[in-house]
Write a protein that binds this ligand. Sequence first.
Ligand code: C5P
Length: 465
Amino acid sequence: MTGHMKKERYTKSDFLSLISDSANKFKLLNKNSFIKIIGHIDCDGISSTSIIVKALEREDFRFSVMNVKQLDKNILDEILKDDFDVLFFLDLGSENIKDIEKKTNKTVFILDHHRFESSETKITVVNPTIFDLEYREISSSGVCYLFAKCLNEGNKDLAHLALAGAMGDMQEKNGFIGLNSLILKDAEEILDVNIGPRFFGMQTRPINKVLEYCTDPFIPNVTGSSEGAIKFLDDLGINARESNGNFKKLIELDEEDIKKITSGIIINRLNEENPEDIFGNHYILKEEENGTPLKDLKEFATLLNAVGRFGKTSLGISLCLKNEEAKKESMEVLSSYKSEIVEMLTWFNENKDSFMSNGKIIINAKDNIKDTMIGTLASIITKSKLYEDGTVIFAMAHKENDEIKISARVSGNSDFDLRSALKDVVLKIGDYPCGGHKSACGASIPKDKEEEFIKAISEINTILQ
Ligand code: C5P
C-alpha cells in the first residue's frame, strides 16, 4: 500500500486488495526495467525469492538476486550502488523503509511479514502486520505467492513454496490457518495431506533416531534417550530392523507396525495431559521420490533453512525451482547442518545449568556457536519444552566481525511482546539493527556492548500484568 496508515481492524479482503493493487502497479512497469531482488537467507526468504524469480521469469523481466542475513545501513548502501530500475525486498525491508526512501527514488516493492512502525510512504509495502493479521496466517512467501498469482494464475504451481516458507517460520501447528489455508487449497494438486504421528524425519531418518529426537510429542523414557528409543522399539516386537541390524525408516514399515508404535507411544504417555495428542498433518509432495527430504514439506523447509544457514541460498533457490543437480549438493549441506546441530546441542547440554538469570535464559555462546546457527539453537530450545511457557530466551554468538548476533524467543504460548522489549533495550545502547516478530526476533550489536546488553536484558520485566 502506498501512503498506508495502520488499519484499526483486520479484514482479509483489505489485505487481498492491497496485494492485487500492488500487482497492478507492477504490471505498469516498462518490460525493459531491470529488477534487483533482495531476499532474506532463511527458509521463508529463500521460498519468497524463488517464487518471485519464477514469476519474473514468466513475465520476461531481467533481474538479479541477492540474499542477505539482515538489511543494515551498510548493506543497503552496497545494494544501492548497483544499476537497477526496480528493487524488490523479500522477507525483509519493512524496518528499513525510511532509510530506503531517503537513499533512493527508484521504484521499490517490499513483500514482507516482519513487524514495523507504519507511516506514510511512497514505497509499495505489502505486509500483513499493517492489518494486524495473526502471525500464523501468512508468511512472506505467502505474500509473494499471492502477489505472483495476481500477475499470472499459472503461478499457482508455486503454492507449495509458500507453504514451505510458512513452515520454516513455524506457522503450521496441526494445520494452517487464515490465508495459509487458502494457499493450501491452491496446492491440492501438488500435495497430499496425510494425518499421521507428528514425527519429524519420517522420510529420511532411522526410526530410533526419529523417536529419540522427538520433543513434540514428548515420549517419556524415549525422547532424548538413545538406549530408551532402541529398547522401546525392540520391546514392541515389530519388524523395525534391516537385515544388518540397523533400524528402518518409518516410511519403510508396514501399517500394522506403525499402529503398534503409535499405540505404544500413547501408552507411554498415559501420565501426560493429552496422551493421544500425537498426530498431525504431513504435507507430501506428489511428484517427489519417497525417502528424500524433498518429499515431506516439513523436511523440505528444514533443508531450505540448512542451505540458508550455510550461506548457500542460490542452492536453495535452485532446489525450489526443481534443479536436479541441486538436490545432490543439498544433501551434503543437510548432513553438515545436522552435525552442527548435534554439536550445538551437546554444548548447550553441557552448559545449560548456567543460563538461568532472573527468570530468563541468557545463552552467551560467544565463539562456541556460529552466528548463523544461534537462531536455530534458540528455536530448538523454545520448542523443547525444557522451560515453562512464557520463558524468554536470549541467545548470543560472536560474528566474524566486531559484532554479536542476538536471537530472542519466547517459549510456548505467550502474549509477551519480545520484539518491542528487545527493541527498547537495543535502542538504549545505540542505533543497531533489530527486528522480527512478537515472539521471535533478533538484533546485532557491537562486541564492546556485550556487558551492557546482558545487564539490560536481565532487568527486563517479562511478567505480563
Ligand atoms: O536471526 P533470528 O532467527 O534470531 O531472527 C528471528 C526473526 O527476527 C527473523 O524473522 C528475522 O528476520 C528477524 N530479525 C530482524 N532483524 C534483525 C534480526 C532478526 O528482523 N536484525
